[in-house]
Design a protein around this ligand. Structure first.
Ligand code: GLP
Length: 261
């Protein structure tokens, strides 16, 4: 894992945008995996800016989002489709039919989940997967206890996640109880993973992700098995890492030989 520690949220978003923009420039038909939540909002704002000011071209890009609530229509203000349109897709030159999120209204959910996996395969697999991390260490909606070999599936949200996400709804009762999420195995198949973490509330989860044992009790820890994972965390999120000094040391060392990497 490459671990980049930044002073704050803004710098975390800058560094993440540099990586995503470089990948899009290197491969204009990139298959990009996306995440929702407040963490990647700064990254999406920077991608929109790069499109407006530098003409960054999204016309050949394909995207797949990690997850979606079950039962919310795409025009529901709290659906992840609505979030993605509002924060990114409506402001760049991407073709909407190249943007994919799980369909939370699908009738046969089991069949639909298999179809979502197939769509990813048909697109050639995900090149770069953007990830956030839940307070309980989840990726997507892969709550503690989810198999690390899981694939896209229907899941019941954990009470902590319902609580966390209730801030976006009028009341806790309105938060859907179910979601479709890409599984941990599906995420690990992305060629590169980019996990973002910001704020002290993520410090324990991030420590488990980077330094804890690999366990289904903290599904983000499975990223330790990924050969090309980058974590960008601000100081508050990184505050519980035991090897923090070492990660900083490695970053400095890398910058010395960056021209040869
Ligand atoms: C939700 C999403 C996750 C996201 C997490 C953290 O549970 N399904 O993909 O990483 O929230 O959200 P935030 O970035 O708002 O802390």
């Amino acid at each position: 894992m490459e671990i980049i520690v930044t002073t704050d949220y803004e710098e975390m978003s800058d560094r993440a945008a540099e990586i995503v923009i470089a990948e899009i420039r290197a491969k204009p038909n990139l298959v990009l995996g996306l995440a929702t939540g407040s963490t990647p909002e700064g990254l999406y704002a920077r991608l929109v800016k790069a499109h407006r000011e530098q003409g960054l071209d999204f016309s050949r890009l394909t995207t797949f989002n990690l997850d979606e609530y079950v039962g919310l229509a795409p025009d529901h203000e709290q659906s992840y489709r609505y979030f993605m349109n509002r924060h990114l897709f409506d402001h760049i030159n991407i073709r909407k039919d190249n943007t994919h999120l799980p369909d939370g209204l699908a009738r046969d959910l089991g069949r639909y989940c298999r179809r979502y996996e197939q769509m990813i395969r048909e697109a050639g697999g995900i090149d770069l997967q953007v990830l956030g991390i839940g307070r309980d260490g989840h990726l997507g909606f892969n709550e503690p206890g989810t198999s690390l070999a899981s694939r896209t599936q229907l899941v019941a949200l954990a009470p902590e996640t319902i609580e966390d996400n209730s801030r976006f709804f009028r009341s806790k009762d309105q938060v859907p109880r179910f979601a479709i999420t890409m599984g941990i195995q599906s995420i690990l198949e992305a060629r590169r993973c980019l996990l973002l973490a910001s704020g002290a509330s993520k410090a324990t989860a991030l420590k488990g992700c980077i330094e804890g044992p690999i366990t289904s009790m903290l599904t983000a820890s499975a990223l330790q098995l990924h050969p090309n994972a980058v974590v960008i965390a601000d100081e508050a999120a990184a505050s519980k890492l035991e090897r923090l000094d070492y990660y900083r040391w490695v970053q400095e060392a890398r910058s010395e030989i960056a021209h040869r990497l």
